[in-house]
Design a protein around this ligand. Structure first.
Ligand code: SF4
Length: 105
């Protein structure tokens, strides 16, 4: 029942660019495959619900990629975000702040 509730709570993800994708690409595969990381980063930077996704990840102390940022217990991972160039961060932050003006560190 807990699992069903968790899935219902994640209903907003239906609007994400990653809907129906293998969720492992946001966890183990992202950690292991530098080339894949760039693809995921770009997809999240173009996702219409990136803000909501990141907020969920932070507030639920999640691990893995949320809103294009790899989190560890809800906090930005240095290890799994260190491949991101300034250009990638700029693109991600633009998407994550486009209508709120809220800044993410
Ligand atoms: S921001 Fe990335 S991980 Fe989150 S819903 Fe969009 S595509 Fe999926």
């Amino acid at each position: 029942m807990e699992g069903a509730k968790a899935m219902a709570d994640l209903g907003w993800k239906e609007d994400g660019k990653c809907v129906d994708m293998d969720v492992d690409i946001f966890f183990e595969k992202y950690e292991e495959d530098i080339g894949l990381r760039a693809v995921i980063d770009r997809m999240c930077a173009r996702c219409p619900i990136a803000q909501e996704c990141l907020q969920w990840g932070i507030s639920h102390h999640e691990w893995g990629v949320w809103g294009g940022i790899y989190l560890e217990n809800g906090e930005k991972s240095d290890e799994y975000n260190n491949h991101k160039t300034d250009e990638v961060w700029q693109e991600l932050l633009l998407q994550l702040t486009h209508d709120t003006g809220q800044a993410y560190e």
